[in-house]
Design a binder for this molecule. Structure first.
Ligand SMILES: Cc1ncc(COP(=O)(O)O)c(C=O)c1O
Length: 428
């Protein structure tokens, strides 16, 4: 499509947008009476209007039935999880029994490493991104120590080359080859939280498994954002949070994927709890752990019906919008943003902003990261004053992510216009 940098063109794109009515399903933030341009679906997705009703149903059932709410009424809490697996598996590209909604992201990564990082004296190395999200770094560091190894010896970080911002795919493959005889695990982010780069998960999986290593992905910034095919890519395990692109609320319930080939594998270590026990006989309260033969077998504790309800409210909207339509709009919205940013970029005589998210379509999702070469915090504050909600990530990046469920093409146009004014860039 031939874009034009006008407000009328943006409005025309909105009129043609099949998903435009979905914005009305969300509560848009208003600060001091001014509706904000909310571009932070990559951090905390907005609240669906229906979430309160779904939560209220759980509260009503709790009020009316007490503990019997687990077994009674239209939607007994014991069966609540069954309704989440279909939409979740569609979003991450897995079989329904390969996904489970449980815990939080970092907790799930630890639990999955118990099963998928079983280091030996010969095979104990982990390859990961340099400057991965801090929680992942702390998770790996402490997990490796717990296993009796030295993080400085065992963890191999792949970094961008000097002068570059993004890690090159060939450098990941090269690291896998270099450490092939000692490699136990590749633990990688599907989409880097700082730069917005999408990694080739299928190729990383293939390369790591070819040398005998396991592969897991942190999908915090990928799930609900970009198309995923975890099962077809043969990924061993993955985990994500639901509060970003999946709009399930602050601290919403996390999720995990475990390839079905492991569901009956009793040689894997696990940290178990009663909720992962064989569902049919869980309440017989017998001695000796017997795992549920699906991803649900990795659960430990009684899940929160309230968090389930908030998750379901958001997932129902995803299914109503449809993954294919969401992906089509996500690409168009992002291409529109890049078209406008490229124009703005061309006006910079003295560089202030460097857009560090890769330009190739396969390597980006909704997020764009602006590396601020000067006056970063001032630009960020000016955006906030103008009613644009984006975020600041130390040391010097402004991140933004217009999302297809509730952002408009006109908001993207307004944002670039505001940014141009703040940067005082003028057409010649
Ligand atoms: C890439 C990534 N990994 C891990 C986390 C931590 O998630 P949680 O606090 O849900 O454990 C985040 C949180 O934003 C993240 O962005």
């Amino acid at each position: 499509m031939q874009f034009q940098n006008t407000q009328a063109f943006a409005q025309m794109l909105d009129q043609q947008d099949e998903l435009r009515s979905f914005r009305d399903q969300f509560i848009m933030p208003v600060i001091d009476g001014k509706q904000q341009i909310y571009f932070l679906g990559n951090s905390l997705g907005l609240q669906p209007k229906r979430t309160a009703g779904y939560l209220q149903q759980v509260l009503n059932k709790w009020a009316n039935y007490g503990v019997e709410g687990f077994f009674m009424g239209e939607e007994p809490w014991l069966q609540y999880h069954d309704k989440l697996v279909q939409p979740l598996s569609t979003i991450v590209g897995a079989l329904p029994h390969e996904v489970v909604a449980m815990n939080q992201l970092t907790v799930n990564l630890h639990l999955l490493l118990v099963s998928f990082y079983q280091p030996t004296q010969k095979r104990n190395k982990i390859i990961c991104e340099a400057r991965a999200f801090p929680s992942d770094q702390y998770m790996l560091e402490t997990h490796v120590k717990y296993c009796g190894f030295d993080p400085n010896e065992v963890i191999i970080e792949v970094a961008p080359r000097a002068g570059e911002h993004n890690i090159r795919h060939e450098d990941i493959l090269q690291a896998i080859q270099q450490h092939k005889d000692e490699l136990a695990l590749v633990m990688w982010g599907g989409l880097n939280y700082y730069t917005g780069k999408v990694f080739d998960m299928a190729a990383i999986t293939k390369a790591a498994q070819a040398v005998g290593a396991k592969v897991g992905f942190d999908l915090a910034h990928a799930a609900g954002n970009i198309p995923l095919q975890l099962h077809n890519w043969n990924v061993d395990f993955a985990a994500w949070c639901s509060y970003k692109y999946m709009n399930s609320g602050p601290g919403g319930i996390g999720g995990a994927y475990i390839h079905e080939r492991y569901h009956n594998d009793d040689s894997l270590h696990r940290f178990a709890g009663w909720w992962g026990y064989d569902t049919a006989t869980r309440f017989l309260m017998q001695k000796g752990f017997k795992a549920n033969r699906s991803a649900e077998g990795w659960q430990l504790s009684t899940p929160s019906a309230l968090l389930y309800a908030a998750h379901q409210a958001a997932l129902d909207i995803f299914m109503e919008a449809g993954i294919d339509r969401l992906q089509t709009k996500r690409r168009l919205l992002n291409n529109w943003l890049w078209f406008l940013l490229d124009e703005l970029n061309g006006l910079q005589t003295e560089p202030v902003v460097d857009f560090i998210t890769p330009r190739t379509e396969a390597e980006r999702g909704s997020q764009v990261s602006m590396l601020m070469l000067q006056q970063g915090k001032q630009v960020f504050d000016a955006l906030a004053r103008a009613g644009v909600i984006v975020d600041w990530r130390e040391p010097n990046v402004i991140r933004l992510a217009p999302v297809p469920l509730y952002n408009t093409f006109e908001e993207v146009w307004q944002f670039t216009n505001i940014l141009r004014q703040i940067l005082q860039l003028q057409h010649a």
